[in-house]
Design a protein around this ligand. Structure first.
Ligand code: GLT
Ligand code: MN
Ligand code: MN
Length: 387
């Protein structure tokens, strides 16, 4: 039994934009003072995190001079090395500047699309300088309000061309990035292109170098679409495409809440942690969430500690689930296996003929109870801490 205190071996990461969130929302001004990047690095290291991720402009203002940029990056690198934190993932801010109001790679304006490529190449240079190996594309502004604009098909083509270009750029520079597409159904656009994990996986197959591309699913984003996040993650794992993950929480059908991990849907969080741990996923565990607007700085660190603590508790619960004799017996009952039928279900003409002739007791199959109410209550008891 541990005391659930994280260490870098747990691979927990936060974005500069997450713990650095000042509490601004569409209706209200910030409720907290900004925190400097070196200070965030120091605090995350104290809390036991492994790394910190960033957009280009989380660190370097969009209008910084070359000398200003170099000074900021040098200070940040010093903080990383002083506190032993790494930067596993980098990304581009292609959503804040008014230039991107109608998209970046999918803007109908060729000038905006070219500027987005330029900004992303520079941001990839920065990420590589900081040691990042994963590069995320969250296309927050890649979408529409007015479909009469007629860009639905061309937008996908522009998006594809841009991703192909940037993959070639990465390879030509020897950066060795793996790219992770992060889907979201809406917000800030009314409709965002590639809205779900499934859409992104389908799109990756159309790129020139699909092996370099995977997904960065986010709990809140699939939940906003009314989908089950663990199902989306399982599909990404099955495809060998879980390159990164954004952990947080969310009530269904609302704005992007980015709540503390496990704060809303504890059972969904458990299912997810168990899936990740059982699958052997060994990438970073990134919390893309922020403290509530009600909080001061102390609340920010309570939020960060809470994300990591909840993950570690659920990881321990997953271990207990796998070791619990009653739960394992219920699982064995549910997963009725049959070696002969498994062999028969491998296609050969003979097996196909034998299977067609076989007699099944359909009524008995329909009568068989699966024991899932019992299994689910055992799971609840485990999560409640009464087992
Ligand atoms: C923004 C968004 C997140 C993305 C970040 C990466 S930025 O906060 O809401 O889901 O992961 O671009
Ligand atoms: Mn989000
Ligand atoms: Mn995210």
């Amino acid at each position: 039994m541990t005391d659930f205190t994280p260490t870098p071996a747990d691979r927990f990461t936060f974005g500069l934009w997450t713990v650095g969130n000042t509490g601004r929302d569409p209706f209200g001004e910030p409720t907290r003072a900004p925190l400097s990047a070196p200070y965030i690095v120091q605090k995350l290291a104290e809390l036991g995190a492994y790394g910190v991720n960033l957009h280009d402009n989380d660190l370097v203002p969009i209008d910084a001079s070359a000398a200003g940029r170099d000074r900021i990056v040098a200070e940040f690198r010093e903080a990383l090395s002083d506190h032993g934190l790494v930067v596993p993932m980098a990304t581009t801010n292609l959503f804040s500047d008014p230039a991107f109001k109608d998209g970046a790679f999918t803007s109908a304006d060729a000038h905006v699309r070219a500027y987005a490529l330029q900004k992303t190449m520079r941001s990839m240079d920065l990420g590589a300088e900081l040691g990042a190996h994963t590069y995320v594309f969250w296309g927050g502004r890649e979408g529409t309000e007015v479909d009469a604009g007629g860009k639905l098909l061309s937008a996908l083509g522009w998006f594809r061309d841009s991703l192909n270009f940037l993959a070639e750029y990465s390879e030509s520079q020897g950066y060795g990035y793996r790219f992770a597409l992060e889907p979201k159904p809406n917000e800030p656009r009314a409709d965002i292109f590639l809205p779900t994990v499934g859409s992104a996986l389908g799109f990756i197959g159309t790129l020139d170098r699909p092996a370099l591309f995977g997904v960065n699913p986010e709990f809140a984003h699939e939940t906003m679409a009314g989908l089950n996040f663990a199902h989306a993650v399982a599909q990404a794992l099955d495809a060998g495409k879980l390159f990164h993950i954004d952990l947080n929480d969310q009530k269904m059908s609302r704005f992007d809440q980015d709540l503390r991990f496990g704060s809303e849907n504890l059972k969904g969080a458990f299912t997810l942690v168990k899936l990740l741990e059982d699958s052997g996923y060994d990438g970073p565990l990134h919390f893309d969430a922020h403290a509530l607007r009600t909080e001061d700085e102390e609340g920010v660190w309570a939020f960060a500690r809470g994300c990591m603590r909840t993950y570690l508790i659920l990881k321990e619960k997953a271990r207990q689930f796998n070791a619990d004799p009653a739960i394992q017996a219920a699982l064995a009952e549910y997963h009725r296996a049959d070696d002969e039928l498994a062999a028969l279900s491998r296609f050969t003409p003979q097996n196909a003929a034998a299977l067609k002739d076989r007699t099944f007791d359909r009524a008995a199959l329909g009568r068989r109870g699966l024991g899932l109410e019992h299994l689910d209550q055992l799971t609840n008891d485990l999560l409640f801490g009464v087992r």
